[in-house]
Write a protein of this length. Structure first.
Length: 131
């Protein structure tokens, strides 16, 4: 078994360059800050840093293809799980925890103006993608 943590761009948790985090409630942009006390870092084997475009494309695809209205942190988790699944041996089981509902993010994740203002581009074949 392998435990993979998902971390958004801008978060310092996975060792990346700290910056603006566009996935609410996930990550930390201050590298000197301690990990949350409720988190046992020793159980995570590795982290995947997921770009914002991939997070929000996943959110839109989950709604269109699966009928799941989930938020950005769920998109982050599912995008990481998809990456893991693509590289996993046939027959593997991959589990992702979807921690938020999309109804809390109508003015962000599902708002083309907000996405454009933050430079987020959905994959071209994604419903809601801008030209």
């Amino acid at each position: 078994m392998e435990v993979v943590g998902a971390d958004p761009y801008g978060s310092a948790y996975s060792g990346g360059h700290p910056g603006e985090i566009l996935v609410d409630g996930v990550g930390n942009s201050w590298p000197e800050t301690e990990w949350p006390k409720a988190f046992d870092r020793s159980i995570v084997d590795r982290f995947l840093r997921i770009p914002n475009d991939e997070v929000y494309t996943t959110v839109h695809r989950l709604l269109d293809e699966e009928g799941l209205a989930l938020g950005p942190s769920s998109g982050l988790a599912v995008a990481a799980a998809i990456r893991v699944a693509r590289a996993a041996p046939h027959g593997s089981v991959v589990v992702a925890i979807a921690p938020d509902a999309g109804t809390n993010y109508l003015s962000k994740a599902f708002n083309p103006v907000w996405l454009a203002e933050h430079g987020i581009r959905l994959a071209a074949d994604t419903p809601g993608a801008r030209e």
